[in-house]
Design a protein around this ligand. Structure first.
Ligand SMILES: *Cc1c(COP(=O)(O)O)cnc(C)c1O
Length: 429
């Protein structure tokens, strides 16, 4: 089921297409292994000569159906589920990088990805240069080296809520012969499809809106199939020269547009093994079935909250791109015409203590280390995820010490607003 259907139809029906007499609902194939009648057939599967299931670390029918749904929603040629968003971003990069290589990424990205790229990849011999995504093409181009293999950014950054100029980033990446990888977690393909703007690979933390109910941690890598690996063959020997661990098979020659995806599954997942359980994939699929209904409601509620906060004199600043006054509103109108998502960042006049007083006074809205699910929630990076940092160190990491990340859910907006109002009143007491 491909692009002939609209996103809402794909959310409900893509991926699992039952044949006569099959279960209507995607079954959970909770089996590590699959049975075959003869040795020959199993051998062909191992040699990638035939398609089929033999071991769930490589492929599982439940996981694959959900991956197909996400690929259809993004308009990609294929997708692979991972056990977390962290794993998805690691695999997306590591599939085309090795020791001695280099990547370029926006400083605005999620803290977990920032650490992965800046600290952990470095230990594997892969260096990352972080750039300001608002800089000019010429400025950002200066970060590229002969050994650079990818450019990376987030459509909507977590937690700063800045919007990526995807077309600008795609031009920069392609002028250096490398793919653009975009983490599209916050808008989801309901609000933005980065492939339509030139991105080559998309990643997701499916833990967030795609699941939407905070029941599973998961991730996904999707390939557009558009990047010409052969054109920059010397940069991507892992795809364009024989793989010793697969009897000398060359991915681009054997699989064409599916080269990147096949290597991702057949080599990286085989060797590193961060698969989701089929049960988690099933839960993710349930979430995806209502994604197209939830995203507009998240946006509608968040805009009401953002309008209220932007007018309240106790609020020092707010970053929510759907507000006409927002610094990134023009980018949002271009890339996110139906709304961004339910997440916003804002600061209260006062200090760290003011933010803490406000958050501790919330009743309906919960303090949780999570974002982007049906329940409205809030987090203060300075006292939670980044509490070991001083105010100065926080600013260097691009996070204002007073930044409150509010993730507006799909409850009644009146109730969300009432809770925020009463908590703001408490800070003056
Ligand atoms: C949460 C998040 C991640 C990491 O995902 P996990 O599923 O928590 O591993 C990566 N990128 C973004 C934008 C996120 O919000």
């Amino acid at each position: 089921m491909k692009q002939q259907f609209k996103p809402a139809t794909l959310c409900v029906q893509a991926g699992w297409e039952p044949k006569n007499g099959d279960p209507r609902v995607l079954p959970i194939i909770q089996s590590t292994t699959f049975k075959y009648d003869d040795t020959e057939e199993m051998a062909d599967l191992f040699d990638l000569k035939k398609e089929g299931y033999f071991y769930t670390r490589l492929q599982n029918p439940t996981n694959d159906a959900v991956a197909r749904k996400i690929a259809a929603l993004e308009g990609g040629v294929g997708a692979m589920l991972t056990s977390s968003g962290q794993a998805a971003n690691f695999y997306a990069v590591f599939n085309i990088c090795e020791a001695g290589d280099h990547i370029v990424a926006s400083t605005e990205i999620y803290g977990g990805t920032y650490n992965l790229f800046g600290v952990t990849l470095k230990k594997l011999g892969i260096e990352c240069t972080f750039i300001n995504q608002e800089d000019s093409e010429e400025q950002i181009s200066k970060a590229f080296r002969p050994n650079t293999k990818a450019l990376f950014g987030e459509t909507i950054s977590n937690p700063g809520c800045k919007i990526l100029d995807i077309e600008k980033f795609a031009r920069i990446a392609h002028s250096h012969g490398v793919p653009l990888i975009v983490d599209n977690t916050f808008p989801t393909p309901i609000n933005c499809r980065p492939f339509e703007w030139g991105a080559d690979i998309v990643t997701h933390s499916t833990t967030k809106y795609m699941d939407g109910h905070a029941t599973q941690v998961g991730g996904c890598v999707v390939d557009s199939g558009n990047f010409d690996w052969e054109k920059s063959a010397e940069k991507f020997p892992g795809l364009t020269t024989p793989d010793e661990s697969y009897h000398g098979l060359t991915y681009t020659k054997a699989f064409g547009k599916m080269a990147y995806m096949t290597k991702l599954v057949a080599q990286l997942m085989r060797d590193l093994g961060s698969i989701p359980s089929p049960h988690n994939a099933f839960l993710l699929n349930l979430g995806l079935e209502t994604l197209h209904l939830r995203m507009p409601r998240h946006c509608e509620n968040a805009l009401r909250v953002a309008e209220f906060l932007s007018k309240d004199e106790r609020v020092a600043w707010i970053q929510y791109s759907d507000l006409p006054s927002d610094s990134d509103h023009a980018l949002a109108e271009k890339y996110l015409p139906n709304g961004s998502c339910g997440v916003m960042a804002f600061g209260l006049k006062g200090d760290r203590q003011t933010a803490i007083k406000f958050m501790d006074s919330l009743k309906l809205i919960n303090i949780v280390t999570h974002v982007a699910d049906a329940r409205t929630c809030v987090l203060h990076p300075a006292s939670h995820t980044h509490r070991q940092l001083s105010d100065e160190q926080l600013r260097q990491a691009g996070i204002a010490p007073d930044l409150i990340r509010l993730s507006v859910g799909i409850e009644d907006a009146d109730d969300i607003l009432a809770d925020i109002r009463q908590a703001l009143d408490k800070i003056a007491e």
